[in-house]
Design a protein around this ligand. Structure first.
Ligand code: ZN
Length: 263
């Protein structure tokens, strides 16, 4: 199978690139004076290491917002990636090519124009070393630093990264157009809500870049999402159909939540 690198990279302000892997997920490359960092690696359908290297000649540190297959799967193209330890187990699951195959098959049905073969899951069956990254860890790229904040919810090890040069936040799926808290590796709604409030307190006037959907998010988007989270937690025994109704109305933002995870 031919290695693919035909994906779109869009320059954002402040030496940041947005790399969209066939509309499936957004990854970000941030370049400093000495090093660069890649935040999330996509599904693995493309050779993300080659894509990143085409944008910078600096050594690249790979940071993962959370260990879902669409953010971590492209990690197979790198020797090592930084993941929060609480997501290590999930990371190991999603490096399994058969698990990735199922995901790519679903995605391909939705995005036929990109012809992403599920066989892409098998093109590089190697597991990068998982390096731990925790709240407070900082990555000096030269002239700018990437700070790490622990924001569990969407997964128990979800992280938010902040670029000190622009103030931009990189939130992965922690807060975005469709915030999902129903996966087995998700934390409770209360935990997510605290993380979302923490993220809002970090947000200045700089953009909030997410993994999917509307991008960038505004502080107002985030505040609305928090209101919804409060409503969800206050409801306690919220019925799934209530959530579904709101989703059906396409209100932004939206939280999809499994009822039995409300404490
Ligand atoms: Zn996710």
């Amino acid at each position: 199978m031919k290695r693919r690198t035909d994906i779109e990279a869009t320059p954002l302000s402040g030496g940041i690139w947005q790399i969209s892997e066939y509309d499936m997920v957004n990854c970000y490359l941030i370049e400093g004076e000495e090093k660069a960092c890649l935040i999330d690696t996509g599904c693995g359908a493309v050779d993300m290491a080659a894509v990143a290297a085409s944008l910078t000649d600096k050594p690249i540190t790979v940071l993962i917002t959370h260990a879902h297959e669409d953010h971590l799967g492209g990690g197979v193209w790198f020797p090592e990636v930084y993941v929060h330890p609480a997501d290590f187990r999930t990371a190991r699951l999603y490096f399994n090519p058969f698990v990735k195959m199922g995901f790519l098959r679903t995605q391909n049905k939705k995005r036929k124009q990109h012809a992403v073969s599920y066989l892409a899951a098998f093109q590089r069956d190697c597991k990068p070393k998982l390096l731990p990254v925790n709240e407070g860890d900082a990555f000096d790229l030269g002239g700018r630093t990437i700070e790490t904040y622990f924001t569990p919810g969407h997964s128990v090890g979800s992280l938010t990264f902040r670029d000190t040069r622009t103030g931009a936040l990189f939130v992965g799926d922690h807060v975005n157009l469709l915030t999902t808290l129903q996966y087995p590796c998700a934390a409770t709604a209360e935990v997510w809500l605290r993380s979302a409030e923490k993220t809002l307190s970090l947000a200045g006037d700089a953009p909030i870049y997410s993994g999917h959907g509307k991008n960038p998010l505004s502080k107002e988007d985030l505040a609305t999402l928090i209101d919804w989270g409060k409503e969800l937690v206050a409801a306690g025994n919220v019925k799934p159909d209530k959530v579904k109704t709101k989703r059906g109305e396409s209100r932004f933002p939206c939280i999809v939540y499994k009822t039995d995870r409300v404490k």
